[in-house]
Structure formats: C-alpha cells, structure tokens
Design a protein. Structure first.
Lengths: 92, 261
C-alpha cells in the first residue's frame, strides 16, 4: 500500500524478497516447480481420504533460523458446508 | 602460546576479505598480540600489497610446505608492528600445490609461536577454500549488502556447517548508510534475517579503505576513519570484549515507517 502511494517499490525490499526465495531453493534444492508438483501430489493423496478444497491449499517452506520446514495449510471442507450452508453462516 | 586460527571467507570475490584480514591482523597486533596472517590465495597473491610488504618477500607458503625453507624464514615481519607477520601466497603456483592437511600441519607448528593466526581464504568454494578453513577454529564470513554476495555467503555458511566449522560469524562490509536509509540497500537487519547467523562486524563504505591500500598502510593503524574503527571493533570482539556496534544508519521512526512495508 505504502509502495503504491509512493509510486515505487524500494529496491532493498525487492532484494530481500528475491533473496528469501533464492535461499530457500539453494538450501533445500527444491525449485518452485517441484514444490507445485509436491502440492498436487499432496492434494491428490489427501483427497482420497478427506474432502478438501484444492484451490485453498497452501504449501510453503518456512524459515526457522537456518533450518527450513515444509508448512502445508490444508483447509478441510466441513460436512455442514458440503450440504449447502454458506461459509460463515453459523458465525454469531 | 596456543594461537587461535581465524579464517575469513566469502564465496564471492571482491567483497573485501583481503582488506579485512590485513586490518583485523593489524588491529590485533596493535593491541599487543602476536599475529601471523596467511595469504591463502595461491596464484593471486594480494595480502602483501595491502599490507605494504610486497618488496620483502623471499619465501612463501608453498616453500614452507614443500620444505624449501623453515617456517620462520617465510614469516615476514611488519616494519610498523613488530608483532605482526605475514606468510605470503606463492604467485606462480595454484591452489592444488597444498592440501587441507598441509594447512593443519603448518598451523599446528605456528600455533606455538603466536597468539593469532588469521587466514585469507580465496574466493570460491573449492580447494583453496577447503585449504583455508582446514585449520580454522573460527570462520568469519564476509558479505556486502548486495544480492550476489549474500547468496554466496549463505552457501559458504551452509558448507561450513556441513564441515563442522560452524557456527560462522558474519562481517557486513561496504554498508552505505545513506542508501540503506532511502531503502535502496539491504540493511544490517535484512542481511541478518536472511542469513540467520551471529554478527561480528559492520564496515561502512569508506574511501579511506582504497586510499590506505594505495599506500600499503592498513587504515586500522590510525583508526580515525569509520572503517578503521569498525575493524578495530572486530579485533576487540575476537578478543572477547563486548563492543557495541557503531550507529551507522540511525533511522528515526518516520524513516522506518516509510522504509518498511
């Protein structure tokens, strides 16, 4: 937002973001393409057991100091929702 | 005496390893320590010119290892600091002229003679690097606040962990506080976030560095320049002192808000 208002993204921010991605790859030897294919395999396997929303699945490599961990966020479809309730309708 | 062996490595060339080895060695010697620095860059000798000792070389590192001279004969004594010695690299040989175990043997002999052994690693992660870290008790990884240097430093840090030479400590060289302020250079915090290792020094961009190497008089000798002070601080931290980091980029709250997403 601030970048939008000020017209240009600071180059140091680009450097940091780009390096974060490059270092993950360098340290794990896992390319973005391989990560996507891992995600597809995960979705396929998990879908065989439980109902999930494939479009909502997020998979990332998170940093913890110099070690990496694979973090998958896989929202489950609740039985209620599957039967036609609007998401969030039970709230409140 | 049992010397501590410290190697300075970076992966990428041109980030300032040789200048740092010269200045940290000078700063340690100025504190009254007996120091020998070793140029590990066989074939691309440079530590001698940065220290201003290029005219006094008779024997070099490879001569000692191949037994053409005694260790003492290859140690060039600095004219300004009587407790500072240089073992120069051979200029007409290459990295394969010595092996990691040669370096371990040489340093074991040298450990009895001095307090500190500071080794200048060549760029790269091959034989020369492996030679340079073989005897190290501690490795300082040097980087610039710049994408290629940070990436290469990360690679070197990983290799040091794998060789059980870690944890390495980081020196960030050529930091330009004005560029950091306006968001066009990675800050110290950015680089530490990315590399996730301990910091041992930050050297600001300083034209005195080039002027000093022009003259062959390491700037840590006078210590008036910011870079000279930063090198002295690294030496003091190596000696175990708690030295606060110089305030180079003092950002106020407004700049922080603008500079960060």
């Amino acid at each position: 937002m601030i970048n939008f208002l000020f017209g240009r993204k600071k180059s140091a921010n680009s450097a940091k973001e780009r390096l974060q991605l490059v270092l993950i790859h360098d340290r794990t030897d896992l390319t973005p393409v391989e990560l996507e294919s891992l995600k597809d395999d995960l979705i396929e396997t998990i879908s065989r057991h439980i109902d999930i929303d494939p479009t909502a699945v997020k998979i990332n490599v998170a940093q913890d100091g110099r070690s990496q961990r694979l973090v998958a966020d896989i929202p489950l479809r609740t039985v209620g929702r599957r039967r036609g309730h609007e998401p969030g309708s039970s709230a409140g | 005496m049992t010397a501590q062996v410290v190697t300075i490595a970076s992966g990428k060339g041109g980030v300032g390893k040789t200048t740092s080895v010269a200045n940290i060695s000078v700063a340690l010697a100025a504190q009254g320590k007996k120091v020998t620095c070793i140029d590990g860059d066989i074939g691309l000798r440079n530590l001698d010119v940065v220290l201003g000792l290029e005219n006094r070389i008779v024997y070099d590192l490879v001569d000692v290892i191949e037994g053409r001279c005694r260790l003492r004969q290859a140690m060039i004594r600095d004219k300004r600091l009587p407790d500072l010695y240089l073992i120069p690299a051979a200029q007409t040989r290459d990295k394969t002229a010595i092996s990691p175990s040669d370096m371990v043997r040489l340093c074991d002999e040298l450990r009895q003679e001095v307090d500190w052994i500071i080794i200048d690693s060549p760029a790269g992660i091959e034989r020369g690097f492996k030679n340079a870290i073989a005897a190290a008790d501690r490795v300082l990884v040097m980087t610039n606040p710049e994408v290629s240097a940070v990436r290469d430093a990360d690679r070197v840090i990983g290799l040091l962990d794998a060789e059980e030479k870690g944890p390495a400590a980081l020196i960030i060289n050529r930091l330009d506080p004005a560029m950091v302020k306006r968001g066009d250079m990675l800050s110290v915090e950015d680089v530490l976030d990315l590399l996730a290792i301990e910091l041992i020094g930050v050297i600001p961009e300083d034209e005195n560095v080039i002027m000093a190497s022009n003259k062959g008089q390491p700037l840590a000798l006078d210590g008036k320049s910011k870079a000279g002070q930063a090198f002295q601080n690294i030496a003091r931290r190596l000696l175990g002192e708690q030295v606060t980091f110089m305030d180079l980029e003092s950002q106020n709250l407004f700049q922080r808000l603008l500079g960060r997403k």
